[in-house]
Design a protein around this ligand. Structure first.
Ligand code: NOJ
Length: 547
């Protein structure tokens, strides 16, 4: 049997800077995070994805790296990192870390050397043009915040390419010397014990800019195979989880035939799930799932509700985006960014409605793939729309009702980002301590739901089928793996209903209730009439065995 740990994993994304501050300087750190490992283990997390924690000028939340081989001194030392990974592994938790190799910070010594001396070997580490390129405004990723994709550097006397902000100079990954550097970086963190990497901006790694924004896709795929080979030679069970937001027909080459990325974030399902939630209809989700390519056996989707960025809706039409806006984020001015996305956390989008929160997270946990939770989602944390750019959804973790949400003992004005203080999502009543005590809290629900998800490996490993019902608001699916079959039924609409499931022949007489939004009457005999409250959901195991 293939032993693929990520197929039944539960991932938890953490920004060390905003998680827990142990030394009271207002910035989260590795020591604080290490203290919180029992909380994370208690939640049932099996793998932590650490957002960039490397030395950085921090103009893009750490995605502007100036040293690949170290820890940002504000967050601790390499020693603290090793201590953290050791403590995590003690609790059965793996670590994957962000690998940001599309670009470096303009403060990286490579870029500095490249600008200073045209003959330096570092010059060719980046992408240059002596002439002002014609496509200077093409391919901007952050419209409204980024002016161009090429910027003139006085010292170098040339334009350098940058797909993202102008302080993030694109590395020239067609240069074998740069490729070697990146291998060393991968080797370094593997040697420190990580189980893999979240590959930032994978679709942009190789672009032939002289040729306008025409991607040389083949060289990109060859490169992805190269880093995968290197990774697997160094550590057989290490994975690459790539950030790739492309159209459905471009996805498969990122998995290849199992020789490239093991995991991709499921942006297609994510965007259509939001449409389904807005419309209270299953169709968008069903169509999204059906549109996905068949992926190799070792491939896996990473399903999420929200991440640290904007909720990008770029694969939906304007009319579909409008539907989502009307239902979940009506204030375009405040809540939208980059003409394509929503900069809110999920809970405020559904007005903190516990039924809708659980519905969405129940879907995330059962959809074919591996769930990825962004820190604070387990509490239904809110956002602070007064903060700039994508920061509203990046406020510090809310641990308790103590000052600064128990995140830090520093004076509030010293915090890396302010905690959410006002209204429904204020740390004064929405925090870990409070929710631990409340058996009905989202935190306790999440812990139970994660536990059940782990007991149903079929969701992560299995082949799935969509089960048709007579109700367009119902999303029902069946996952089969080895001899086990599980079924999940979700009611996207606010009205209660009863649906009849048309099950596979041979799916046994009984459906055993595993989890639901409320206690329902046990399913009677051979009838597969399923009762569901508004926004209700139920998970079942098929057959006579509970496990
Ligand atoms: C994707 C990251 O998620 C985002 O936060 C960042 O700004 C860009 N990549 C650039 O690294």
């Amino acid at each position: 049997m293939l032993d693929l740990w990520y197929k039944n994993a539960v991932l938890y994304c953490i920004d060390v800077e905003t998680y827990m501050d142990a030394n009271g300087d207002g910035v989260g750190d590795f020591e604080g995070l290490t203290q919180r490992l029992d909380y994370i283990a208690g939640l049932g997390i099996t793998c932590i994805w650490l957002m960039p924690f490397y030395p950085t000028p921090n103009k893009d939340n750490g995605y502007d790296v100036m040293d690949y081989y170290n820890v940002d001194p504000r967050l601790g030392t390499l020693g603290d990192f090793v201590e953290f990974t050791r403590q995590a592994y003690e609790r059965g938790i793996r670590i994957i870390v962000d690998l940001v190799i599309n670009h470096t910070s303009d403060q990286h010594p490579w870029f500095q050397a490249a600008c200073k001396d045209e003959n330096s070997k570092y010059r060719n580490y980046y992408v240059w043009s002596k002439e002002k390129p014609e496509d200077i405004e093409e391919g901007i990723v952050f419209p409204g915040f980024q002016k161009s994709t090429w910027t003139y550097n006085e010292e170098a006397g040339a334009y350098y390419a940058h797909r993202f902000y102008d302080h993030q100079a694109d590395l020239n990954l067609t240069n074998p010397q740069v490729r070697q550097e990146i291998q060393k970086v991968i080797g370094f963190w593997l040697a420190l014990g990580v189980s893999g990497f979240r590959l930032d901006a994978a679709q942009f790694l190789i672009e032939i800019r002289e040729n306008k924004t025409q991607f040389n896709v083949d060289s990109l795929y060859i490169y992805l195979k190269e880093i995968r080979d290197f990774l697997s030679w160094r550590r057989g069970d290490a994975i690459l989880l790539a950030e790739v937001n492309v159209s459905v027909d471009e996805l498969l080459p990122y998995f290849g035939n199992g020789d490239k990325m093991q995991m991709l974030f499921n942006f297609i399902v994510n965007q259509h799930l939001f449409l389904a939630l807005a419309q209270e209809k299953a169709a968008p989700l069903v169509e999204a799932l059906k549109s996905l390519p068949n992926i190799p056996e070792i491939g896996q989707w990473a399903n999420f509700i929200r991440n640290h960025d904007e909720l990008t809706l770029d694969k939906l039409s304007d009319a579909q985006q409008d539907e989502i806006a009307a239902a979940l984020a009506p204030d375009r001015e405040q809540m939208w960014i980059f003409d394509r996305g929503i900069r809110r956390r999920f809970a405020p989008m559904v007005d903190g409605d516990p039924r809708r929160l659980r519905l969405a997270y129940s879907l995330m946990l059962t959809l074919p793939g591996t769930p990825v939770i962004n820190y604070g989602e387990e509490l239904g944390m809110g956002d602070d729309l007064s903060l700039e750019e994508r920061n509203p959804a990046r406020t510090p973790m809310q641990w308790s009702s103590e000052a600064n949400a128990g995140f830090s003992t520093a004076p509030p004005e010293q915090l890396v980002l302010p905690v959410v203080k006002e209204g429904k999502y204020s740390y004064k009543h929405l925090n870990v301590l409070e929710q631990r005590r409340d058996p009905k809290s989202l935190l306790n629900w999440m812990e139970r739901a994660i536990r059940m998800r782990k007991e149903c490996p079929e969701f992560g490993w299995g082949k799935y089928q969509i089960i048709s019902t007579d109700n367009p608001c119902i999303f029902a699916h069946r996952c089969e793996w080895h001899s086990g079959v599980v079924i999940a039924v979700h009611n996207l609409a606010r009205e209660a209903c009863t649906v009849t499931l048309e099950l596979e022949e041979g799916d046994g007489e009984r459906l055993i209730d595993l989890l639901g939004d409320q206690p329902y009457e046990a399913i009677d005999g051979t009838s597969h009439n399923i009762q569901l409250e508004g926004y209700g959901y139920r998970w079942f195991r098929v057959g006579c065995q509970h496990l």
